[in-house]
Design a protein around this ligand. Structure first.
Ligand SMILES: NC(=O)c1ccc[n+]([C@@H]2O[C@H](COP(=O)([O-])OP(=O)(O)OC[C@H]3O[C@@H](n4cnc5c(N)ncnc54)[C@H](OP(=O)(O)O)[C@@H]3O)[C@@H](O)[C@H]2O)c1
Length: 373
């Protein structure tokens, strides 16, 4: 029998502990992936510092982690796109309410991924590079292409230029970098924001103009840049991004819709060992108050806002449009790049707690990655 090892979160708020885990059995539409690299997302440490509030349904012990790149070792009975030995990337969804499954966390040797949330990767691409993509691609694709969000045209190999513009606020974030690439591959012009040190990075991904989000004139600068253009909506990354995006789309011609990816209050301070007592309930109260204030601002401005859940595409055609119909060929032909660059913090499941702490303290245009031996 094959053994398995996981970096478990043994109970609410606990640090990760490496130990034995059951080898998972795939459902009919799932594959088992032997992970060779996993990436860390803000969701991982948010679940650690605020899981019982943010994801109340999670049962412990469980295994965190959404991003994996590795080798297929087993396929479910209905799987047709993959075979044992294939090199793949996959977005695992174990923390979703309808999964709540340790087997679908990627911080272990063998994890389970839905067939429709996985893509083959080219031989030339390292597992570390491939691991940066899945959750970021899923979140960006959900925001851009789902009918209940921006509902844009899907990406293709030969996109027809629409002449319309998407605003991606935070183009140097991991998800934002993928939103820029996906929107361009769908035929849209992208205007974005980032720190000046990342302007070239965001332009290289296809954005036509990039603005400094820390500039006091950024909203006015964006409104001026978008004058005479048709804006099809915005995606807001960063705790303070939503109100700014609302102002920009309210003053521009086009669809008055902003997709929020970030909560208006960050949970990052909750991970510090010396955090004040009652820090979590205080953060939750501030979050509620800010959410209401931002919704009122948007309503007054005539702008619709909606939060994106990066796993929502698993329920609709966007998952296959991206993971099956677009990404495999785009990666193989070099039309889509694995971005941002991996920041490999170590080898082995034992490194994952440190990796989550590194991601929580902040990165700039890099994705925290751990290699699995
Ligand atoms: N709703 C969902 O399902 C979902 C899924 C994934 C992520 N998220 C959220 O989306 C956000 C991005 O996640 P990620 O993993 O892509 O993050 P990340 O790569 O760790 O974000 C780091 C980047 O954030 C940028 N940044 C910081 N503050 C900003 C601001 N006010 N405006 C614009 N950019 C800012 C920095 O840009 P510079 O270095 O250029 O300054 C840095 O490159 C996070 O808030 C995360 O929680 C949500």
């Amino acid at each position: 029998m094959t053994g398995n090892t996981a970096a478990w979160i043994p109970r609410e708020y606990a640090q990760l502990e490496v130990g034995p885990a059951p080898y998972p059995t795939p459902g009919p539409d799932q594959i088992v992936v032997r992970g060779h690299a996993v990436a860390v997302n803000p969701l991982d440490w948010v679940l650690q510092v605020a899981g019982p509030v943010a994801y109340r349904w999670l049962t412990y012990p469980t295994v965190l982690g959404s991003d994996v790149a590795g080798e297929v070792v087993e396929v479910g009975s209905a799987v047709t796109r993959f075979a044992v030995g294939d090199r793949v990337l996959g977005h695992a969804v174990g923390s979703d309410k309808d999964s709540n499954s340790a087997a679908e966390g990627t911080f272990q040797q063998y994890s389970v991924v839905l067939e429709r949330m996985a893509s083959p990767i080219p031989d030339s691409m390292s597992y570390e590079s491939a691991s940066v993509l899945p959750l970021a691609v899923s979140t960006a694709a959900s925001a851009l292409f789902q009918d209940d969000l921006l509902g844009l045209r899907h990406p293709t190999a030969t996109p027809e230029r629409t002449g319309e513009v998407v605003l991606v606020w935070g183009g140097s974030t991991s998800v934002g970098s993928n939103a820029v690439q996906l929107a361009v591959a769908a035929g849209y012009d992208v205007v974005s924001t980032a720190s000046p040190r990342n302007f070239d990075h965001v332009r290289a991904l296809g954005a036509s103009q990039v603005f400094d989000y820390t500039s006091p004139t950024v909203v006015a600068d964006l409104i001026a840049a978008l004058a005479g253009r048709t804006v099809v909506g915005a995606i807001a990354f960063g705790a303070t991004a939503l109100p700014a995006c609302v102002q920009v789309v309210a003053a521009s011609t086009g669809r008055k819709f902003v997709v929020a990816a970030s909560t208006p209050v960050s949970f990052e301070g909750l991970g510090e060992p010396d955090r004040p007592r009652f820090a979590l309930p205080r953060t939750v109260l501030r979050l509620g108050a800010k959410t209401v204030a931002q919704q009122l601002q948007a309503r007054r401005a005539g702008v619709t806002t909606k939060f994106v859940f990066g796993t929502s595409l698993k329920h609709n055609e966007v998952s296959t449009a991206v993971y099956r119909d677009f990404l495999p060929a785009a990666l193989a032909e070099g039309r889509y790049v694995a971005t941002p660059e991996p920041l490999v913090v170590g080898t082995g499941l034992e490194c994952l707690q440190e990796a989550m702490d590194v991601q929580r303290r902040g990165v700039s245009a890099r994705k925290v990655v751990v290699t699995l031996p």
